[in-house]
Write a protein that binds this ligand. Structure first.
Ligand SMILES: Cc1cc2nc3c(=O)[nH]c(=O)nc-3n(C[C@H](O)[C@H](O)[C@H](O)COP(=O)(O)O)c2cc1C
Length: 354
């Protein structure tokens, strides 16, 4: 019997299996509103013990990508209810991923009264897709003032409360892949000299304070966070290995003190064993491991001791019945990379089941 498909219980997290659907931006939310098509997509994948939604904006300034959903308005909050109901109907738990894109974005994707923001005025190299102007270079972000950072955190808290109202079992802060939270962690993107920059203790303040305040508002058992140690996604320049190591050691201990439900590690770069060990040593609650897993390697990861749960991204995207395929040892469909972010049902809700 696969451990993957057996129930999981630790602290407040009670899941029908060890299988997690990883957060994936799919850009089907026209006008940043969840819709019926998205509800159908998540309903198809409710074989997962835990579904983590696509990155969702906690505020106007967080809408850096085209057609990503928000959770800051009443209309958005209500529109998510069909999705949480669809997940729960299959016995899945569902967490909403709070994603503030920070400097990764473009005014053409943002509403008229929104601004591209970041810890500093350091822009990302590269280009981003916009529906109106095609690919565009990343502009220089507005550096958040101290007061504006407090506002951003407060917006995350309101968004988390909205998520609970919408029926979510909790929220995951997107602290990975080069978005706002990780922009604060990286000394090449965050060159602030106030309490949000400089030392490791200061650079980790943004995720720590955000998670503390969200936990105080909705309960720590309803809060998770995703990190991608050593990753360079979002044009993050690598920094000193020992500093990265200390950053995630410190975060693990601090988040353990808050008592959040889980820590989700996306392995998108080589992570030294000592950093895995420090994370496990510091954080006692659930650890989710993601990236590049197959049913076989996921099963091995569950036995090896670091991961309590395993998440699948592309395999869940292309295989709505991933749980059944794992159970029967069936082949997996491959994802169609041309329809990852295109509007409409093609490459979204039309992947075949067994
Ligand atoms: C289309 C697509 C969109 C993604 N969007 C997000 C996202 O919104 N938030 C996030 O944390 N990771 C995102 N990811 C990363 C996935 O969660 C996952 O880490 C990655 O796909 C590697 O896992 P896999 O090898 O199982 O696919 C995305 C990945 C894909 C393929």
């Amino acid at each position: 019997m696969n451990k993957l498909l057996t129930p999981y219980s630790k602290g407040s997290l009670q899941l029908k299996n060890h299988l997690v659907m990883a957060p994936m931006t799919r850009s089907r939310a026209i006008d940043n509103l969840p819709n019926e098509l998205m509800a159908a997509y998540y309903a198809q994948r409710n074989g997962a013990g835990l579904i983590i939604t696509e990155g969702t904006a906690p505020s106007l300034n967080a809408l850096g990508y085209a057609r990503i959903p928000g959770i800051f308005s009443k209309e958005q909050t209500n529109a998510w209810k069909a999705i949480t109901a669809a997940a729960h109907a299959g016995g899945s738990k569902i967490f909403l991923q709070l994603m503030h894109t920070g400097r990764i974005g473009h005014p053409a994707n943002l509403p008229a009264d929104a601004h591209l923001v970041g810890p500093s005025t350091i822009k990302a190299n590269g280009e981003i897709w916009t529906d109106t102007l095609g690919n565009q270079a990343y502009p220089t972000p507005h550096p958040l003032t101290d007061k504006e950072i407090e506002t951003v955190i407060a917006e995350h808290v309101v968004a988390a409360r909205n998520a609970i109202e919408a029926g979510f079992d909790g929220v995951e802060l997107h602290g990975a892949n080069g978005y706002l939270s990780e922009q604060f962690l990286n000394p090449h993107v965050n060159n602030r000299t106030d309490q949000w920059g400089g030392s490791i203790a200061n650079r980790t303040q943004f995720p720590i304070k955000t998670l503390q305040q969200i936990a105080a508002a909705i309960g720590p058992d309803k809060v998770g966070v995703r990190f991608s140690p050593y990753s360079t996604l979002g044009d993050l320049t690598p920094y000193d290995e020992q500093e990265v190591h200390e950053t995630y050691s410190l975060l693990s201990k601090e988040l353990d003190k808050i008592g959040i439900a889980y820590l989700h590690i996306g392995v998108s770069a080589t992570i030294p064993q000592k950093t895995f060990d420090a994370i496990k040593e510091g954080f006692k609650n659930t650890i989710i491991l993601c990236n590049g897993l197959t049913p076989a390697t996921a099963e091995e990861a569950l036995s090896a001791g670091f991961a309590d749960l395993v998440a699948f991204g592309r395999s869940f995207l292309a295989n709505p019945d991933l749980d059944k395929r794992i159970e029967t040892g069936s082949d997996l469909n491959q994802p169609d990379y041309t329809t990852l972010y295109t509007p409409g049902p093609k490459g979204y809700t039309d992947y075949p089941t067994l």
